[in-house]
Write a protein that binds this ligand. Structure first.
Ligand code: ATP
Ligand code: MG
Length: 240
């Protein structure tokens, strides 16, 4: 197993945001995590990234226990987060943003990964020296993904990457995620765009109030319409 999460808890004071959560991602898999607003999806990813402390539990990645390690160490071992709301540095250039993804690398090979990102996203190459603030929402999402790719991840965790994008761009984004997965990167995808996420994922987890209430093959979850109504709340159906 590439990522093996056991009994993970996240608390903010008295607010118990993630409760005793178990989750696996095998090498090569696309796994999706679904849930209504406030279900704990972002808290889960931030705990995996190391930005919030876990009060208990185990995070094994590629055979190493990382639950107590700092975010930089997790990046070095191959975990990369594309955070909710992209979190790019709008006052920095496109190129400077991408360099942020490389700065933790210990090897000298990151130039090649940077070039691959520019080859993959010609729009970013053309805007290399422009401030990231001039990018469209779609291009900013590409930049956030490009920044993750420059760290040469084995697992990319994406937090609602489709949010705020036009339907055409959402379709491109999902194609890109599939392409990255085919190139050998495992994917943990948090989405409120349930239909599209289950379409590309192999397996899925549904969170409610910080707990996993359903875990199954993506196809089985997609065929279970009671699920979307019961756990995902209004407005989070496929159309999003
Ligand atoms: N920094 C924080 N301090 C205190 N409580 C928080 C903090 N961040 C999140 N929470 C709470 O933790 C719970 C889970 O929030 P989280 O953001 O993880 O959910 P989510 O599933 O990502 O929701 P959304 O779909 O809105 O992004 C919520 O009750 C939220 O109010
Ligand atoms: Mg969230």
């Amino acid at each position: 197993m590439l990522l093996e999460v056991r009994d993970l808890d996240v608390r903010y004071g008295r607010n118990h945001a993630v409760k005793s959560l178990d989750l696996d991602v095998a090498e090569g898999e696309i796994v999706t995590v679904l849930g209504a607003n406030g279900a704990g999806k972002t808290s889960l990813l931030r705990a995996l990234q190391g930005a919030v402390k876990t009060t208990s539990g185990s995070i094994r990645f590629a055979g190493r226990e990382l639950a107590q390690s700092v975010p930089a160490e997790r990046v070095r071992h191959g975990m990369a987060l594309v955070p909710e709301g992209r979190q790019i540095f709008v006052s920095m250039t496109v190129h400077e943003n991408l360099l942020m993804g490389a700065y933790l690398r210990r090897d000298s090979d990151w130039g090649r990964d940077l070039k691959q990102v520019y080859d993959r996203f010609p729009n970013l190459a053309e805007r290399r020296d422009m401030k990231a603030s001039v990018l469209s929402g779609g291009e900013q999402q590409m930049l956030a993904i490009g920044r993750a790719l420059v760290s040469r991840p084995r697992l990319i965790m994406l937090d609602e990457p489709s949010l705020g994008l036009s339907p055409l761009f959402v379709a491109n984004l999902f194609d890109l995620i599939v392409e990255l997965n085919r190139s050998g990167i495992s994917i943990l995808l948090v989405e409120q765009n349930t239909g599209m996420a289950l379409d590309i994922a192999g397996r899925g987890y549904v969170l409610e109030l910080g707990s996993v209430v359903l875990a199954d093959e993506a196809q089985a979850l997609a065929g279970n319409s009671a699920l979307t109504q019961a756990y995902l709340g209004g407005g989070h159906a496929a159309a999003n």
